[in-house]
Write a protein that binds this ligand. Structure first.
Ligand code: GAP
Length: 452
């Protein structure tokens, strides 16, 4: 079925209906652009992060992991350039008292009705653009004096640079090697919206790959390829993914080359991940501000240099949204529209649902035994309430790839039916082979049925 059935509204509605994502603080009327992940959302996001860790750590031996603090020494943000330069140009309207990003005026709505863009009517009274720092500021300690001002990190990357020296000492790694981390970052974004696409609190999956300076261009290409493959291996349709190199005037202050991995969201092509060649900007800046030497010394040759850094920086929430958008589908079964999340089985929140056909004749007892066995191996759900068709639909909507149905025959010949979410094929499988069969299917390469 055509992928144009996907809209942001449908994803928002499914997310709420099925417990993936809720607006935060809803009982108080909500807090703009803050979201809570519900049971299935959390399981899906955990699977996205687990796949990222898998690609970074388990499948390679040149990357190590870190979980650094959210609040770091304030000098960090002086050295990184965030205190001076991590700003958006803002414009206030003295008439409607709203604030807009100067570079987003054409997409912003003025506060008065009928809705216009800021500056479009004679009554609009706009100020000059002023720079507004996106870092959230708070204080440590009981006294709010100047010296105790700290910031919530706007990116996880800096925690990695601060630990570079520790890692050289303990990890027995030498360039080329990487340090990876997943964690929350905070930005006081002025223009939020589009559900979890841009929020003020979000999770990043970042890796800083330290390389000899003359190898930086080669490693940059390596990471462009690796990261693109990661998305397509997990089922993102290749025609919905592209690499877009930044133009010279888009480049961040630290970057000599950046390409965005973009996904064709229902809102159009938008950034999923940025892959940057940061050169030696960060290590040199922190060396200068801290007075510490942040360089690699080859003990055999005595050669010393400041490594260059290639950084793939992805957002866990945006990646979650891309997987949801790519998976969302509708088809028709027996005259009824079915909503189905065609997620890669490795990402699906629940791998198998165990469903007794009826709530009697020993079926729930046998189903309970099967459920307890399967949940030892992977995330499994048991459901005995309501018509079987309705239970299948519920599992389809949360993306469960396989449903195990226990019927009267199961008690006679110890077999069950294994229903496939996408093909709807139902196969009879001996109960004793069920766990292995689902594990075998989980390990198989997968491509989106939406591609056929
Ligand atoms: N260390 C480099 C860095 O932070 P970035 O392009 O600003 O680069 C990396 O952020 C990724 O983090 C983005 O590609 C996006 O997926 C995610 N991200 C950034 N700001 C976000 C926001 N306000 N809400 C959700 N995700 C965001």
């Amino acid at each position: 079925m055509a992928d144009d059935v996907v809209t942001m509204d449908k994803i928002v509605s499914l997310s709420k209906r099925r417990g993936f994502v809720f607006g935060s603080s809803e009982i108080y009327g909500g807090l703009g652009s803050s979201y809570d992940y519900g049971h299935y959302g959390l399981l899906l996001k955990n699977n996205v992060k687990a796949q990222w860790w898998r690609a970074m750590l388990q499948e390679r031996d040149d990357i190590v992991a870190l979980d650094s603090a959210i609040i770091q020494h304030p000098e960090t943000w002086v050295a990184s350039g965030h205190l001076a330069g991590f700003t958006d140009p803002l414009i206030d309207c003295r008439t409607c008292k709203l604030r807009f990003r100067a570079d987003h005026l054409a997409q912003s709505a003025c506060g008065r009705k009928p809705s216009k863009h800021p500056g479009e009517t004679e009554e609009c009274d706009l100020t000059q653009a002023r720079d507004f720092n996106l870092m959230f500021q708070t204080t440590v300690g009981p006294v709010q004096e100047e010296g105790s001002t700290v910031y919530l990190r706007p990116e996880t990357a800096q925690g990695i640079f601060l630990n570079f020296k520790n890692y050289l000492q303990f990890s027995r790694k030498k360039p080329p090697f990487g340090i990876a981390q997943i964690g929350k970052s905070f930005r006081n974004e002025i223009t939020t919206g589009n559900f979890i696409f841009r929020t003020r609190e979000f999770e990043q999956m970042e890796m800083e790959f330290f390389v000899p300076p003359d190898e930086a261009a080669t490693w940059f290409e390596h990471w462009l390829e690796q990261r693109t493959n990661w998305y397509t291996d997990l089922g993102i349709r290749p025609d919905h993914l592209r690499l877009r190199p930044h133009t010279q005037d888009e480049l961040s202050h630290y970057s000599s080359a950046t390409s965005d991995v973009e996904y064709l969201f229902p809102i159009g092509w938008s950034e999923l991940e940025g892959i940057a060649n940061r050169g030696d900007y960060d290590l040199k800046a922190h060396a200068e501000h801290s007075g510490q030497k942040l360089e690699y010394i080859d003990t055999a040759t005595g050669e010393r240099y400041v490594p260059h850094v290639i950084e793939p920086a992805a957002g866990a929430d945006r990646t979650f949204l891309a997987f949801m958008a790519d998976a969302y589908d509708e088809d028709e079964i027996e005259g009824e529209v079915r909503t189905v999340l065609r997620l890669h089985p490795q990402l699906a929140p629940i791998k198998a649902a165990v469903l007794p056909l009826v709530r009697k004749d020993g079926q729930p007892e046998l189903a309970g035994e099967i459920y307890r066995d399967l949940r030892e191996r992977f995330q499994t759900e048991y459901d005995e309430g309501g018509a079987i068709g309705r239970r299948y639909r519920r599992q389809d909507e949360i993306g469960t790839p396989w449903a195990v149905t226990i019927d009267h025959r199961s008690l006679e010949d110890s077999t069950v039916t294994l229903r496939d979410r996408d093909s709807l094929a139902q196969e009879r499988v001996p109960i004793g082979e069920l766990g292995e069969e689902i594990e075998r299917r989980l390990l198989q390469p997968w491509r989106s049925p939406k591609l056929q």
